[in-house]
Design a protein around this ligand. Structure first.
Ligand code: SF4
Length: 499
């Protein structure tokens, strides 16, 4: 029998390590894993480095030598956590396999104890886990375990997975890991490292990407690699094989690779469409489609929906570049960069007051007055969340002498929070929540404002429209975050097993 748990309350992350200009939207995390490679730790380092855009708060690598798992985690960027010496020591452990993680918190605070992979010991030995996504029933699970006397080391939603795995109830199941995964609700692309294997898992809805690749080594046993994005495969010389399927567990060990399902794929998948709009690296293939190509199509569609006479199409760096190039191509208006990012405004440039934060926004992006003065400009960006950064930029453009500003956004208005692995502002802080496009246009002080329609957005992706999550735009959540569903949970005997 499956158990229904009481109503979860999503943890609100504390921000103990926040940058001066906090990003308006935070990705949750990258995962990586490789088995059999003699330099598994170094390969993981490369895989994490290539996926740094998915999380910059902490990084970690866990390595198994076939008997013992060791882990190194820390706050900061991959290159900050792993100095040459640390990486050398980790690699010298003689790793058989390794997993890694870049983190940006959406549940649990940005503190060192929450850095992943989480490494724990239980009745069957050691296990390390790295998680991309967000569980909507983790608070209820955690409360259940705490009432039973369990001690937690972190405030992360991921730790409940290990507690679940260790319970006698799951351990008595024919497949303890599958039984554990069937108790989880929400978004989870997970990579587990056991002493003798990696298990890569994707939730039945396929919210977050997870791909499989292989590094050829001249034998009939290639090194298998798993990663959030295909850019991580590229950087370590692996070729893309396929996505891990929704509801699938892929096992990688000395024997090679095998697959089984812990749940049937959801009838209606929920691939996060925002991965294409903003998160993923343009070079990646996400949900079977190249991200740069999708973003250019979004810009082209935007130009068709809301063309306007102008002198230049100008991207908001760096997020608007791909869509702006598509807009320029479709409209025939010259593409020109007039807003320049200052790459040396650091992530730790902490400023406590609003005035100082506004100054930091100005420092981060400079407007080139010689280019914008007296011109009609179409500015293209990927999204507006709170609107404060966008407002500062529009003011700067106006002060620099722009004659007309036509703002084009390559996705619909974000009106609702995300419970599945993206840290937008709370509903009350979203500029589009409860406000019309005209209200927002006036606030931003632009001549015209157009958001890409939801139909336009979905016309640019190659799977059926119903296969994507669009809840932050539409408010239609595939899973009710306040009432975890049990409908996709299936019993052990129904589990499809694959050799
Ligand atoms: S709510 Fe938005 S950001 Fe969150 S998973 Fe759905 S599409 Fe992605």
């Amino acid at each position: 029998m499956t158990r229904t748990l009481s109503l979860p309350v999503l943890a609100h992350p504390s921000r103990l390590h926040a940058p001066a200009v906090p990003p308006e939207k935070k990705e949750k995390c990258a995962v990586f894993g490789v088995w059999g490679h003699p330099h598994a730790a170094r390969i993981s380092y490369l895989g994490l480095y290539a996926q740094q855009h998915r999380g910059q708060e902490s990084a970690g690598i866990a390595v198994s030598n076939g008997k013992v798992i060791s882990a190194q985690t820390g706050m900061g960027l991959v290159a900050e956590v792993f100095s040459d010496r640390v990486l050398y020591e980790l690699d010298s452990l003689g790793g058989k396999g390794a997993i890694g993680h870049n983190r940006y918190s959406t549940a649990g605070g940005s503190v060192a104890c929450n850095a992943q992979p989480l490494l724990e010991s239980y009745i069957r030995g050691q296990v390390a886990v790295a998680h991309n996504g967000n569980l909507i029933n983790s608070d209820a699970l955690r409360r259940h375990f705490e009432e039973a006397g369990h001690l937690f080391h972190t405030t992360s939603d991921t730790e409940v997975i290990i507690h679940l795995l260790a319970t006698p109830q799951q351990q008595k199941a024919p497949d303890p890991l599958a039984a554990t995964l069937r108790r989880l609700q929400g978004a989870f692309s997970l990579v587990f490292l056991f002493a003798d294997r990696i298990e890569a898992v994707r939730d039945p809805w396929g919210w977050r990407p997870l791909v499989l690749g292989k590094i050829e080594n001249g034998t009939d046993k290639p090194y298998w690699v798993v990663a959030s994005e295909t850019v991580a495969l590229d950087v370590c010389g692996a070729t893309y094989v396929r996505e891990v399927e929704p509801g699938e567990i892929v096992t990688i060990n000395d024997a090679g690779i095998s697959s089984r399902h812990f749940a049937h794929p959801a009838e209606q998948p929920a691939h996060c469409v925002f991965e294409h709009v903003y998160f993923a690296n343009p070079a990646s293939i996400v949900f079977g489609q190249n991200v740069q190509s999708v973003r250019e199509m979004l810009g082209e569609t935007l130009a068709k929906e809301a063309g306007v006479p102008a002198d230049y199409v100008m991207p908001m760096p760096d997020s608007g570049r791909s869509a702006a190039s598509g807009y320029a191509r479709a409209s025939g208006i010259p593409y020109r960069e007039g807003i320049v990012p200052n790459r040396y405004v650091g992530r730790t440039f902490i400023k406590p007051t609003q005035t100082e934060r506004q100054a930091a926004v100005r420092l981060k992006l400079n407007v080139i007055a010689e280019i914008v003065k007296g011109k009609r400009i179409v500015v293209v960006d990927d999204s507006i969340v709170r609107g404060t950064t966008t407002k500062a930029k529009m003011d700067q453009l106006r002060q620099a002498g722009a004659k007309e500003i036509h703002l084009r956004i390559s996705c619909p208005p974000i009106k609702h929070p995300c419970y599945f692995g993206v840290d937008f502002a709370e509903r009350s802080q979203l500029i589009a929540h409860g406000r019309s496009v005209e209200d927002i246009r006036k606030y931003l002080g632009v001549d015209t404002l157009h958001y890409l329609s939801l139909e336009g957005l979905l016309s640019c992706v190659n799977r059926p429209a119903g296969h994507y999550c669009t809840a932050c735009y539409s408010g239609e959540y595939r899973l009710d975050p306040t009432h975890p569903s049990t409908e996709v949970i299936i019993e052990d005997e129904q589990m499809r097993m694959f050799a």
